[in-house]
Design a protein around this ligand. Sequence first.
Ligand code: GRF
Length: 207
Amino acid sequence: LRIGVLVSGSGTNLQSIIDKSESGYIPGSVELVISSKSGVYAIERAKNHNIPAYVVAPKNYSTKEDYEDKLIEILQSHNVDLVVLAGFIKVLSPHFVQAFAGRIMNIHPSLIPAFCGEGFYGEKVHKAVLDYGVKITGVTVHFVDEGADTGPIILQRAVPVMDDDTVETLAARVLEEEHKIYPEAVKLFAEGRLKVEGRRVKIIKQE
Ligand code: GRF
């Protein structure tokens, strides 16, 4: 499976997918990385593994469609089978989603549909979790459809919220689970074991 990863920041999810591809856990390879901004550590991570890294900044394009056309052009030039959003900050429009229908995954640091959608990203998610006072949060990997964090859910894992948690300690605990669940979801996709039936994603058991 040929994987393209879109990033915007530190790239710890990118790193876990690179590592699990190189170890053979994921039957696939990260063919390229595209960052929405320069100078982020995710780009260094790609270079450390001789993976082509591109910076495509939205501000350099007059319309969102032109920006997304550039992303599509680069991804298609590498014959990508699956697009993985990993800490990618932009919301992609139907224009991009349709170009890779059913082949885009995202990870969100909460149990969707809680604490998600426009404005809920990064530490804002964990702040909302602590402010609300929930006892259980978690991680969700889902297919990307035309909404924000609304696509069919592939995998979820629960993460307990501790009484003395801060945004930082909670974010770190959730991130640890992200690094386990994302490679698992990519592996299932690579093995052709994800069956989407409407909003439900069923995992075909390994015989
Ligand atoms: C983290 O908040 C993570 O929950 C979300 O994006 C942020 C950075 O991820 N997926 P990464 O370290 O850049 O992969």
